[in-house]
Ligand binder design. Structure first.
Ligand code: MN
Length: 266
C-alpha cells in the first residue's frame, strides 16, 4: 500500500515536470526537489521505507520458494520433448569434490555459462565476456536459474525457438573448493552473503576467483574476478585462446553441424 502510494506520487511529479517548457531543467529540478522532501518525509514514516523493502524481500522469498522445489524454474523453462538438455533432478549427495563447468553458449547473445555445484544443483551465472585471468578485470555475471548437475556433460545444440536456443560448448570443467578450506558450508555462506571465494581446478581455469554480488534491484548480478595468485596472467586472453571444446576438441561450428549432440558420461 505504502509503496503504491509512493509510486503514484512520483508519477504525478514526473507528469508535472514534463508539462513545463524547459523539460530537462525543470525535470532535474523536480527530481532534486522531489528527492529531498521525499527522503526527509519518509524518514519519520519508516513504514514507507519498510514497505519498499518488503517488496524487495518478496522477490527473494520467491527465489527461496524456487530453492525449496529445486530446479523447478529450470524445468518450467524447457520442453524436454524438444531439447536434448537433461531434465532437472537432484541426485543424492555423493560427498565427492564439488564440480564446476563453463559452457560457451551461442544463444541470441554469445556468453559463457559459469556453473558451480552446491547442494545438489549447479548455481549458474551467464557471463557475457567470459572469465578473465587478469585480476584487474571484473566480468559481469548475471545469475540465472539453478541447473541440474547432469547438465555438466551437455554439449550440443538447443533448437532455435526453444529456451536458450543455440550451440553449447563445454569450455572448461573440473572441481572447485572454498578458498578457506571451509567446504560446502563456507561456499553456502559466501553465496548467501554475495561474496563467493573459491579455487578452481579446471583444465583451463585454475586458482582463486571471487564472485561478488552487486547491490542492484532485480535478478542478482555479480562480478567475476580473478584473484592475484600464480595462475593470474594479465597477458593471456583465455577466451580468445581457447576456442574448442574441453571435452571433444570441437569448434562451435563443428558442434552446431553435428547430428547427435548429447554426450553423457554413462
Ligand atoms: Mn546460457
Amino acid at each position: 500500500m505504502a509503496t503504491k502510494r509512493a509510486g503514484k506520487r512520483s508519477g504525478t511529479k514526473r507528469a508535472t515536470g514534463t508539462k513545463s517548457a524547459t523539460r530537462s531543467k525543470s525535470g532535474a529540478k523536480s527530481k532534486a526537489g522531489g528527492a529531498a522532501p521525499a527522503r526527509s518525509g519518509t524518514r519519520p514514516r519508516t513504514v514507507t521505507k519498510r514497505g519498499a523493502k518488503k517488496t524487495a524481500s518478496k522477490a527473494v522469498g520467491g527465489r527461496r520458494t524456487a530453492a525449496s522445489a529445486p530446479l523447478s524454474e529450470y524445468n518450467a523453462k524447457r520442453d524436454f520433448t524438444r531439447t536434448a538438455e537433461p531434465a532437472g533432478t537432484v541426485p543424492r549427495a555423493r560427498g565427492k569434490a564439488l564440480q564446476f563447468v563453463i559452457q560457451k553458449h551461442a544463444a541470441s547473445h554469445l556468453h559463457f555459462d559459469f556453473r558451480l555445484e552446491l547442494d545438489g544443483v549447479m548455481k549458474s551465472w551467464a557471463v557475457p565476456k567470459g572469465p578473465s585471468l587478469d585480476p584487474s578485470v571484473r566480468r559481469l555475471a548475471m545469475e540465472v536459474e539453478d541447473h541440474p548437475i547432469s547438465y555438466n556433460t551437455f554439449e550440443g545444440t538447443i533448437p532455435q525457438g526453444e529456451y536458450g536456443g543455440g550451440t553449447v560448448m563445454l569450455w572448461d570443467r573440473g572441481t572447485y573448493e572454498a578458498d578457506d578450506g571451509g567446504g560446502a558450508e563456507s561456499l553456502r555462506r559466501g553465496y548467501e552473503k554475495g561474496e563467493l571465494r573459491f579455487v578452481m581446478h579446471g583444465k583451463r581455469l585454475k586458482g582463486g576467483f571471487v564472485l561478488a554480488r552487486l547491490r542492484r534491484p532485480g535478478r542478482p548480478q555479480w562480478l567475476l574476478i580473478k584473484r592475484r595468485d600464480d595462475h593470474a596472467d594479465v597477458d593471456r586472453d583465455i577466451t580468445a585462446e581457447q576456442t574448442t571444446s574441453v571435452a571433444t576438441k570441437r569448434t562451435m561450428e563443428q558442434i552446431s553441424s553435428g547430428r547427435r549432440v548429447w554426450h553423457s558420461n554413462r
